[in-house]
Design a protein around this ligand. Structure first.
Ligand SMILES: [Zn+2]
Length: 422
């Protein structure tokens, strides 16, 4: 068997196996702690809700495992038996159209596999636990709109990429990277103006008392925003959340209507203070810089690998071309990149701690603790995750750890934020 193909099969099986082991650990740990609410939460989370969180976590893990195994099997089958053959079929189409066609055709099986998993996730699991508010009609229109958005944004980008590979020098990847940076900067605006309105309605926050409180909080944090909106998340799901998006003066704060329905004003303020903490400590900016550096390294690796004669030979592919080269390079990188997930999750968890500390400094620990407790209870998030699973997979620290940090500020190395002193 060609060496890269063998390595790809081994790496895919190892990563998938590792995922299954971790999922199993998490499911077993959650089950073992299903009948006891952790002491810190006993007063606010009824046993019934704690059990529901355990069952919900296990159901989602099970679906994730099935989806992962089927997805890996389909990818392996595609690479072993389909890719070279499909590249032969699309070779007759002139570049860059043939290259785009190959990428689209190769991504179809993954999309087809994902569809039943999404249906099952929404209409069986989310419905069983009382979260799903989607009707089949909303599901279908969302799915079609999603495909349309991918086509409208993705196809021109792919065409531009293959055009660059064909016409520009060996440094096409550097031009592609410049394009990526521009796209990263433009993405929030494109998302806010063109994509998000396709899926949700954004209404300026109507509750005057709440708006005044939030505006006061923003002024105290030195945060300028071009608007405060609620989003009709309840059309699809009863999970609650809040986020802000954009840069400079064009930042918007968006509160899910589901959050406003269940949290007190103090708690909503705490959730927002946490979001403002991300802004204050420039987490979004660092994230973008990290993303840009990562994209440069990856594209550089693509550029180098696509010139190497061993790449296509290593997979045993007889066909040549930009698309099959790029896909092969992505298969090689795909053997390594899962190792980076724990690192990026670790960075993300540090940022969450900082944002929590900022919220505590701005509005006090209690509203943040009760907001987190309520969010975790209402979203059926488990309070008893397996520590190793959480270490690898959690982008946010487990809620009990966050609550402990909020309650024990002396353990936190970072001093009070200057804005909190005023
Ligand atoms: Zn956060």
């Amino acid at each position: 068997m060609p060496p890269l193909l063998l390595a790809y099969i081994v790496a895919s099986c190892l990563w998938e196996g590792l995922t299954l082991v971790l999922n199993h650990r998490q499911a077993a740990y959650v089950l073992a702690h299903r009948d006891t609410v952790p002491a810190d939460f006993a007063a606010h989370v009824p046993l019934q809700d704690h059990r529901k969180a355990a069952d919900y976590t296990r159901a989602r893990l099970w679906l994730g495992s099935v989806r992962g195994v089927v997805g890996t099997a389909v990818s392996l089958a595609c690479v072993i038996w389909g890719l070279d053959w499909l590249a032969g079929l699309t070779a007759a189409i002139p570049t860059p159209w043939g290259d785009v066609a190959l990428v689209v055709v190769v991504s179809l099986p993954g999309m087809i596999v994902g569809l039943p998993a999404s249906l099952y996730g929404d209409f069986v699991i989310e419905a069983r636990f009382g979260f799903n508010k989607k009707t089949p009609a909303i599901f279908v229109t969302d799915y079609l709109k999603g495909l349309a958005v991918q086509a409208v944004i993705g196809l021109p980008l792919l065409l531009a990429l293959f055009w660059a590979m064909d016409r520009l020098s060996a440094f096409w990847w550097l031009y592609a990277w410049l394009g990526v940076v521009v796209l990263m900067a433009a993405a929030p605006f494109v998302y806010l103006r063109f994509v998000a309105p396709l899926f949700n309605k954004f209404t300026p926050l109507a509750d005057d008392a709440m708006r005044t409180r939030i505006e006061t909080l923003m002024a105290r944090c030195g945060f300028q925003s071009s608007g405060l909106f609620t989003m009709d998340a309840s059309r699809r799901s009863s999970h609650g959340n809040a986020f802000f998006i954009g840069f400079g003066r064009a930042k918007r704060i968006v509160l899910f209507d589901t959050l406003l329905a269940t949290q007190t004003q103090d708690e909503v303020e705490a959730v927002l203070a946490h979001e403002l903490g991300h802004f204050k400590y420039r987490h979004t900016l660092y994230g973008m810089v990290r993303g840009a550096v990562m994209a440069l390294v990856m594209l550089g690796a693509y550029g180098w690998m696509c010139r190497q004669p061993w790449l296509l030979k290593g997979f045993g592919f007889a066909q040549h071309g930009h698309a099959i080269g790029l896909i092969s390079a992505s298969l090689v990188l795909g053997m390594i990149t899962p190792a980076l997930t724990p690192l990026s999750n670790w960075i993300s968890r540090r940022h969450e701690f900082e944002a929590d500390a900022f919220a505590r400094d701005m509005v006090g620990a209690n509203p943040m603790v009760s907001a987190l407790t309520k969010l975790s209870r209402d979203n059926a998030g488990t309070l008893t995750p397996d520590p190793i699973y959480a270490l690898v997979n959690y982008s946010h620290p487990p809620v009990p750890v966050r609550v402990a940090q909020l309650r024990a500020p002396l353990l936190h190395a970072r001093p009070l934020h200057p804005a909190a002193a005023s």
